[in-house]
Design a protein around this ligand. Structure first.
Ligand SMILES: CC(C)(COP(=O)(O)OP(=O)(O)OC[C@H]1O[C@@H](n2cnc3c(N)ncnc32)[C@H](O)[C@@H]1OP(=O)(O)O)[C@@H](O)C(=O)NCCC(=O)NCCS
Length: 207
């Protein structure tokens, strides 16, 4: 398995990346923003994405997006093909894209929004903290990306203050000066997720 910085030679994988994202969204039945092959190709060509390949076979993908004039970057679109899950591949991809983000945009805060417990765990281990949406970028283009998520009405209804996703932020300047390795308590994330679903989805139904 190799994890490399993507370029034009990887355009042929754009379709399978989109299909894997769309299929996973269906299976999870929860919010994942849909992406077109053209959108993915743009991410593949600007040196801001990593792709995991098993020989020539697609295994995983993630990309960096730059917001608010490089004040923020997001690590988005993490996907591992079902044939390669539960082997630590997402963790390796996450680490690679995180290191690339730090190298290319050393002054930016790194953030993500997710409903995925696996992603929350991985982010936490990398030093991200859960934050309110007000601490993330206010770049409208970022939030437009949520339009294809099935929970977009919740984000609109709450005036972008909250949604089922949890915002997580890595701010190198705000980190404690210690090397102690952080182990996340998954139960906390599971509880947070369940509270949000109860609160936001019930309100949604009673509209
Ligand atoms: C989420 C996803 C990327 C995980 O990929 P993976 O390669 O199987 O993950 P890893 O094997 O590297 O596991 C990383 C950690 O997450 C945990 N994890 C993996 N899947 C999980 C799940 N469904 N629920 C809770 N934790 C999970 C693992 O136990 C591991 O934690 P540990 O280090 O404490 O053991 C993959 O399932 C996927 O592509 N899902 C669909 C798309 C998606 O949800 N993307 C996130 C967008 S918000």
């Amino acid at each position: 398995m190799k994890i490399v910085i993507a370029n034009e030679t990887h355009f042929k994988y754009a379709q399978i990346i989109c299909d894997t994202i769309a299929d996973s969204a269906k299976v999870r039945g929860t919010g994942i923003a849909k992406r077109t092959p053209e959108y993915i190709q743009k991410r593949l060509q600007n040196g801001n994405a990593v792709i995991a390949l098993d020989g020539d076979t697609f295994a995983g993908f993630c990309y960096i997006e730059v917001w608010g004039h490089e004040k923020f970057v997001a690590n988005s679109g993490l996907i591992v093909h079902p044939d390669y899950r539960n082997q630590g591949l997402a963790k390796r991809i996450k680490k690679r894209i995180f290191d690339l983000s730090r190298e290319k945009f050393p002054d930016a805060k790194i953030f993500g929004i997710t409903t995925g417990l696996a992603v929350m765990k991985m982010n936490y281990e990398l030093g991200y903290k859960p934050v309110t949406f007000s601490e993330l970028t206010d770049d409208p283009e970022f939030w437009k990306g949520c339009q294809t998520c099935k929970n977009f009405d919740i984000l609109t209804r709450t005036e972008r203050k909250m949604c089922l996703c949890t915002g997580m932020l890595y701010d190198a300047n705000a980190l404690p000066k210690t090397n102690a390795k952080k182990k996340p308590d998954s139960k906390v994330f599971e509880r947070l997720k369940s509270i949000k679903e109860t609160l936001l989805l019930r309100k949604d139904k009673s509209k």
